[in-house]
Write a protein that binds this ligand. Structure first.
Ligand SMILES: [Zn+2]
Length: 117
């Protein structure tokens, strides 16, 4: 036992992970529709692509991959991804999605994310 950071697969619920992601995604879609009605789908798809690193990218706040979510009592990866590229509203370029490198999208655990805002 070194570090104590290893977790058993049984302590990890994929079902709950995707439930949180889908909840977050529906909020993101609402945001995109109000901010960029004509590009909402494109923005949503681009944002969803950032989830390809869901089980790889460490939390931008605590630096861990998995953390216990106090609310649900489950071990979750950083499921919260801010819609960082939506603040770039300039329409002079071809696409606002090109301004956001997927690697630059930050990831947060539910607890880490809410503490931040
Ligand atoms: Zn965290």
């Amino acid at each position: 036992m070194k570090g104590g950071s290893h977790l058993h697969a049984r302590g990890f619920s994929t079902h709950h992970v995707f439930r949180h992601v889908s909840e977050h995604a529906s909020m993101a879609l609402q945001f995109f529709i109000s901010a960029h009605p004509k590009m909402a789908l494109q923005l949503l798809l681009h944002w969803v692509c950032s989830y390809q690193t869901l089980f790889v990218k460490m939390c931008s706040k605590c630096g861990k991959l998995l953390a216990m979510d106090k609310q649900s009592g489950l071990v979750l990866p950083p499921v919260k991804r801010p819609y960082c590229f939506t603040s770039a509203t300039s329409t002079s370029k071809n696409s606002p999605t090109e301004k956001c490198n997927l690697n630059l999208i930050q990831a947060f655990h539910i607890g880490c994310f809410s503490e931040d805002t």
